[in-house]
Write a protein that binds this ligand. Structure first.
Ligand SMILES: Cc1cc2nc3c(=O)[nH]c(=O)nc-3n(C[C@H](O)[C@H](O)[C@H](O)COP(=O)(O)O)c2cc1C
Length: 108
């Protein structure tokens, strides 16, 4: 398994409802693929942590990186893991200016 952390910038016209739509879709799709993680959103930037089987996460990261609802996509960190940090969250939306709850999971 791997854990990946990336940052990006939301498209200028992206609404709060659009973000909730992304998360609702992600929850269902990730649950089917055995992907877990958290998406932090501060009203302008995203910081997302994804964990799961290596091939699955790599393919998903490739898809997400090409999604036009955000840009400036940059993987910050990626590592092999034996245990998940967010085993119960197929995708949790974390609100607020402080991304540390998601960034700190990368250190686990
Ligand atoms: C910030 C952001 C985070 C996303 N996170 C996920 C995710 O965790 N899981 C997922 O399946 N799609 C996620 N997406 C959506 C994908 O980019 C893509 O639209 C989706 O996987 C396509 O699903 P489909 O093949 O069922 O149409 C995210 C999109 C954005 C902009």
């Amino acid at each position: 398994m791997i854990r990946t952390l990336y940052f990006s910038t939301a498209a200028a016209d992206l609404s709060r409802e659009d973000v909730e739509t992304i998360v609702a879709h992600a929850r269902a799709a990730n649950a089917k693929r055995g992907v877990t993680g958290a998406l932090a959103y501060n009203g302008r930037n995203f910081c997302q942590l994804l964990e799961g089987e290596t091939d699955t996460v790599m393919a998903l990261i490739d898809t997400i990186s090409r999604d036009r609802r955000h840009d400036g996509f940059k993987v910050i960190d990626q590592k092999e893991i034996s245990e998940r940090y967010f085993p119960k969250w197929s995708m949790e939306l974390v609100d607020g200016l402080d991304f540390s709850a998601v960034i700190n999971a990368m250190k686990a």
